[in-house]
Design a protein around this ligand. Structure first.
Ligand SMILES: NC(=O)CC[C@H](N)C(=O)O
Length: 368
């Protein structure tokens, strides 16, 4: 059991676009930060969530009552840095306990320059977002009055229409797995989670991960058995370059699998529009029904956009394969006459239950 040096306890302020103004305590780095507020209902997996590139630009409320209880380590990361813009919690644990932990959450946040606020009534705040919908917010340890905070908030871009994949995609290609493997996958990196790559590599695939703006012809030079379209941050409707590339890849007739942003982009490539959800789905317990097998799965989710259900149901290009049992949103599709499919949720489930990992086997099976 490690004792933290000293919990920082200076004041911090939270200001929302609708004028909601809350005082809490400062934790992690000092300063002012802004982004779109969202909440994650998971009780574990904070380090994976903080480093998931799909959270770029988001101010995250962790619904669970305590954050930090089990510290941090070098392995539980989905990318090489913290990607959330700011953190909002109820309680920060003043000590951590786990054999695998190498440091405290507080040191980690300071090292990663992440501004956090705690001692906020997160239950009330989550209910507020659930009623009013997603909106921008700022956290500050520098400004303590609504006028200054409102001015800082005005600098925060709107998530709708925002293209963020170019910020988080790998600048240079890199490979994962055994280069002699029979299965080769070209990965379009829009902000890929590390454990998606691991999930494919541990099933015997050799992966080459390419920058988001790579031309399809360059992907084809790798002579892949199939294509993977990754998750990622931002508004899929702001990415015509990616939709164009995916449309071209579909013409190759090779297997193609998309996750989350990849699902939204595959839908767009088939003429199905996307929309901004009221407050999104983020957590580890979202029930989804697989309409092909009739079985349900408990899934990990992180998305603020969705594909338009009426357009998906009416499309003659795709078939709906998965539906969210909470709200009926479309969470899986396959392209008619092509070996291409996608899901809105996260089968690698880091963190989360393992129910959906069969999707990686399905993709590998299609390429064998
Ligand atoms: N996890 C993801 O890929 C998220 C996709 C998209 N940025 C959304 O918020 O809906």
């Amino acid at each position: 059991m490690q004792q933290l040096n000293n919990l920082s306890s200076g004041p911090a302020y939270l200001y929302l676009q609708d004028g909601t103004f809350l005082k809490g305590k400062s934790f992690g780095a000092k300063g002012t930060t802004g982004g779109e507020i969202c909440f994650n209902t998971g009780m574990t997996g904070y380090q994976e969530v903080f480093t998931d590139p799909s959270y770029t630009g988001q101010m995250l409320i962790m619904n669970t009552a305590y954050v930090g209880n089990y510290g941090v380590n070098d392995a539980d990361v989905e990318s090489n840095s913290v990607k959330i813009k700011g953190l909002i919690c109820k309680n920060i644990s003043s000590r951590y306990s786990r054999m695998m932990a190498s440091d405290s959450l507080e040191n980690y946040l300071v090292k990663n320059n992440l501004i956090a606020i705690y001692d906020v009534d997160t239950r009330a705040l989550v209910q507020h977002i659930r009623n009013k919908g997603a909106m921008n917010c700022v956290i500050s340890t520098e400004f303590d009055n609504p006028e200054d905070l409102k001015r800082e908030l005005a600098k925060v871009p709107d998530m709708a229409g925002l293209e963020l994949s170019s910020e988080v995609s790998t600048p240079e290609p890199y490979t994962v797995g055994d280069e002699n493997a029979a299965i080769r996958i070209a990965v379009m990196d829009f902000g890929v989670k590390r454990n998606i790559l691991t999930s494919l590599a541990e099933r015997g695939a050799y992966l080459k991960v390419f920058n988001a703006h790579t031309q399809p012809a360059t992907l084809q030079e790798f002579n892949p058995s199939g294509y993977f379209i990754s998750n990622g941050p931002g508004d899929p409707a702001s990415m015509p370059y990616a939709v164009e590339a995916i449309s071209e890849l579909l013409e190759t007739g090779k297997p193609l699998f998309g996750i989350c942003l990849g699902h939204q982009l595959l839908a767009l490539a088939n003429g199905i529009p996307t929309f901004k959800m009221h407050h999104g789905h983020r957590g580890l317990n979202h029930p989804v029904k697989n309409l092909i097998t009739g079985k349900s799965e408990i899934t990990t989710q992180n998305h603020g956009f969705g594909i338009v259900p009426e357009a998906a149901q009416a499309s003659d290009k795709i078939e709906v394969t998965h539906v969210n049992l909470n709200d009926g949103s479309i969470e899986g599709i396959r392209v008619k006459g092509k070996p291409a499919f996608s899901v809105q949720y996260h089968p690698e489930s880091t963190p989360g239950p393992y129910d959906s990992r069969y999707l990686f086997d399905q993709f590998i099976g299609m390429m064998q």
